[in-house]
Design a protein around this ligand. Structure first.
Ligand code: S3P
Length: 465
């Protein structure tokens, strides 16, 4: 197996990524840091927000006219969205460019594809797209994904869509992909979602765009509101009631192409915020991070743990708030996290668990059973992988109890094929004694293709090929 290596000036430390070999698509990331640790410093730019990237491609696809997108996340998940909409007849410029352009076909004009649509690893692609497909009359669609996505619950969107009159079939009693969809004219409804899920909410709002009348979604607590912000910007008639966590779209809508500048992803920034908070001597700035209040639960949690994080240069970028975030090392205290905070940091709980390992006391995370149906079961994954590093982490039905202050030892761990688990384990290795090997580390490319390079950069490493 060949190695592209990232070496510290001192050979006691290294970050080394095995190259994909013909026999296996998997890569192992080997990390080793000096016993005295490494202080992270400098300024870092992070990739575009994944949720906003998906939505800008999708709304661009169904709008009239051209949508221009700057800062799109070039990770595997938005690539899946782009490929699906290209198969539905939408012209999208190459995703390698600074600016990506989408030639919208107009609502109701997605074409019947000649083959199965593949959403890859991306739940957002599949669930949001389903709302559009189900409401496109006289077309037939089949949709699938990778083995992780094919095991994730789709009934949470199929059920309410069916109540609107949609015809969708899937495995295991219409619960799992692959799915078959016969597009129909739908009827509006008021759906009370049992989970705070932006994917469920957005799926139904997208279905409501082509549906005559008021389609309302009420959530138990507020999930990320990127769809609401962007739908309004594209011209949809939307009413939001924050008191009841309800959103109504009045269809049929006409959407007009927009220019969108995608801010950096808080979910990606969180790795560097925790890295800086746990490594003595660190002082770094993460630039241009989206700080939409529905996404800043991780800031609230880390600040409650006495992390030293400050917001600089707050601004608004095409309807979404953004700022630079400065983090400096500080000693952390354990926290208790649950309730409405959880949907506001649902993707950051794996990395919050890493912060908790270095806090004084036991951190308890509750009300987070949704983590069991993410790209993997993140509760089991974090408990089992961190145990391999010597941590004391108790797995609970709806969360984790994490004992802080126990020294970590490097070991062989597994990403479980989950991007956020892979990157969280890499950050834990910064404070583990000896060598840590992360198997299936290629998973990080789903949301953060340049993660390893940025980690090296922040540690003051030079990339050696
Ligand atoms: C997302 C919503 C969340 C989140 C996912 C992205 C979105 O999922 O975990 O990574 O872009 O709408 P749920 O809606 O299942 O909570």
């Amino acid at each position: 197996m060949g190695y592209g290596s990232l070496y510290f000036p001192s050979m006691t430390a290294r970050i080394q990524l095995s190259q994909p070999a013909p026999a296996t698509p998997h890569q192992t990331l080997t990390l080793e840091f000096p016993v005295e640790g490494v202080a992270l410093g400098g300024r870092v730019q992070i990739p575009g927000d994944k949720s906003i990237s998906h939505r800008s491609l999708m709304l661009g696809a169904i709008a009239q006219g051209e949508t221009r997108i700057q800062g799109l996340l070039l990770g595997e998940d938005p690539r899946s969205t782009a490929a699906c909409f290209q198969a539905l007849g939408v012209q999208i410029s190459p995703l390698e460019e600074d600016w990506v352009t989408v030639q919208g076909v107009g609502l109701g004009h997605l074409q019947e594809p000649v083959d199965v649509l593949n959403a890859g690893n991306s739940g957002t692609t599949l669930r949001l797209m389903l709302g559009l497909l189900a409401s496109h009359p006289d077309r037939f669609f089949t949709v699938t994904g990778d083995s992780s996505l094919r095991s994730r619950p789709m009934d949470r969107v199929i059920q309410p869509l069916s109540q609107m009159g949609a015809q969708i079939w899937g495995r295991q009693g219409n619960r799992l992909a692959p799915l078959a969809v016969r597009g129909m004219g739908l009827k509006p409804m008021h759906y009370h979602s049992p989970v705070a899920s932006a994917q469920v909410k957005s799926c139904l709002l997208l279905a409501g765009l082509m549906t005559e009348g008021a389609t309302t979604v009420t959530e138990p607590s507020l999930s990320r509101d990127h769809s609401e912000r962007m739908l309004r910007a594209f011209g949809a008639d939307l009413t939001v009631d924050p008191e009841t966590c309800s959103v109504t779209v009045h269809g049929p809508a006409i959407l007009t192409g927009q220019t969108i500048i995608v801010p950096g992803d808080m979910s990606s920034a969180a790795f560097w915020l925790v890295a800086g908070a746990i490594t003595p001597g660190s002082d770094l700035v993460v630039e241009n991070v989206g700080i939409n209040p529905t996404r800043t639960g991780i800031l609230d949690a880390l600040q409650a743990m006495e992390a030293d994080i400050t917001l600089e240069n707050p601004r608004e970028v095409t309807g979404e708030p953004a700022a630079d975030l400065r983090v400096r090392y500080s000693t952390l205290q354990a926290g208790q996290f649950g309730g409405d905070l959880i949907p506001r940091m649902i993707d950051e709980i794996p990395i919050l668990a890493i912060a908790a390992l270095f806090a004084s006391g036991t951190t308890v995370i509750t009300d987070a059973a949704e983590l069991r149906v993410k790209e993997c079961d993140r509760i089991t994954a974090m408990a089992t992988q961190l145990a391999k590093l010597g941590a004391k982490v108790e797995e609970r039905p709806d969360g984790l109890a994490i004992e802080g202050g126990i020294p970590l030892r490097g070991n062989v761990v597994d990403s479980c094929g989950d991007h956020r688990v892979a990157m969280s384990l890499a950050i834990a290795s910064l404070r583990a004694q000896g060598q840590t090997q992360i198997q299936r580390a290629e998973a990080a490319a789903v949301s953060y293709p340049s993660f390893n390079q940025t980690l090296a950069h922040l540690c003051g490493l030079a990339l050696v090929n």
